[in-house]
Design a protein around this ligand. Structure first.
Ligand SMILES: C[S@@+](CC[C@H](N)C(=O)[O-])C[C@H]1O[C@@H](n2cnc3c(N)ncnc32)[C@H](O)[C@@H]1O
Ligand code: SF4
Length: 347
């Protein structure tokens, strides 16, 4: 039977059915476009293992079902596997965002046995030269593919993701071919969010005009090949890029916990809405009534700087470019109900 209180909350559009949890901001790579690394706050700001377990318990009680464990590079934490184990045993549908460079055969086997739903792995170039230039790490190309092969060997469900930028766009199709050869999924997006408010360099990294359209068309072609019928074809750029929904679900059905234990509307947003070390997640969630409100209270942090090209995909980009926030998407209630169904099926 559907728990009435949860059902009511979902009807009201206020259940954090999905949560992104950054367990660290540290990383062994230095990707040129990365929004996480400039906010690298070191190990001392991170939540302890027990604090993360407590947070997961709270999130579960709030109705969170889908959990993305991310970073920085989450695998850097010595307790990474323990955290994944705790989350999987608690019942979350766990996705891991990783560069896979530290995943060996043994770790891959354990993670797959624990029931991780998906491994989303960043790949930034088909050749070692381009990959290492984008990740700013020698050996990163060999390391990511070793990790991906370990995950595939263990039977993991792997999706490769490539941010398409001026300096790697020419290798995106080749990454896709490499993914195909290995039998794993691959997606790309040209959407680049500002690494910090007013980021002066991000626009120089972005694809523009025809080059951007080519990437969108590539991704659309791959999506269409995945879908059996015309009816299921993605129609909007949001669906094609997979980067953002055509509205923002922050504060209505999703939230993000930063590597410092603070709650953010999303991983890239500069202003937090509460600190889990000071208040319960339940209290923070109750007060966090949506993205527009955060925008209004955060004028100083959101000076214009980014460019409007990608703006419509994300209210944060829209705001930083035009000082104009967008209202949350209406699909959130439908999505919440879908997730509730999935959660009930899992028991
Ligand atoms: C911050 S990383 C954390 C997880 C892991 N280290 C990884 O690289 O997959 C998560 C994803 O964010 C993407 N990303 C980083 N900076 C971005 C930006 N400025 N705009 C859009 N996506 C970005 C990365 O390419 C990666 O796919
Ligand atoms: S691997 Fe991920 S967290 Fe690390 S620098 Fe690259 S995008 Fe950022």
């Amino acid at each position: 039977m559907i728990p009435q209180s949860l059902s009511d909350k979902i009807d009201a559009g206020r259940v954090p059915v999905s949560m992104q949890l950054e367990i660290t901001r540290r990383c062994n790579w230095r990707c040129v476009h990365c929004y996480a690394i400039p906010k690298d706050e070191g190990v001392e700001s991170e939540l302890s293992t027990q604090q993360i377990y407590d947070l997961l318990d709270e999130a579960w009680d709030l109705g969170t079902f889908m959990l993305s464990i991310t970073g920085g590079e989450a695998t850097l934490r010595p307790d990474f596997v323990d955290i994944v184990r705790y989350a999987c045993e608690r019942g979350f549908a766990v996705t891991i965002f990783t560069n896979a460079s530290l995943i060996d055969d043994a770790m891959a086997r354990t993670l797959v046995e624990l029931g991780v739903v998906e491994f989303q792995v960043s790949v930034l170039g088909a050749s070692p030269e381009v990959h290492e230039r984008m990740a700013q790490r020698r050996g990163s190309h060999a390391a990511v593919w070793a990790g991906v092969r370990a995950l595939v060997k263990a039977g993991g469900n792997v999706l490769l993701k490539s941010s398409a930028m001026r300096d790697n766009a020419h290798e995106i199709a080749e990454i896709h071919a490499q993914a195909d050869q290995l039998g794993v999924g691959h997606m790309t997006t040209p959407v680049l969010l500002p690494r910090w408010p007013g980021d002066p360099e991000i626009d120089g990294m972005r694809l523009k005009g025809e080059a951007r359209k080519e990437i969108i068309d590539l991704q659309a072609g791959w999506q269409m090949a995945l879908h059996a019928s015309e009816d299921e074809h993605p129609r909007s750029e949001h669906e094609i890029s997979g980067a953002s929904s055509p509205g923002c679900r922050s504060g209505t059905s999703t939230m993000s916990i930063g590597g410092n234990g603070k709650v953010y509307p999303c991983n890239t947003h500069p202003a937090d809405v509460g600190d889990t070390r000071e208040r319960s997640l339940k209290e923070i969630w109750a007060d966090f009534s949506g993205f527009s409100q955060v925008m209004e209270t955060d004028d100083a942090a959101m000076e214009p700087g980014a460019i409007a090209d990608d703006a419509f995909t994300c209210p944060m980009v829209t705001y930083s470019a035009r000082k104009e926030a967008r209202s949350p998407a209406s699909q959130r209630v439908a999505m919440g109900k879908l997730s509730l169904g999935a959660r009930l099926i899992r028991g």
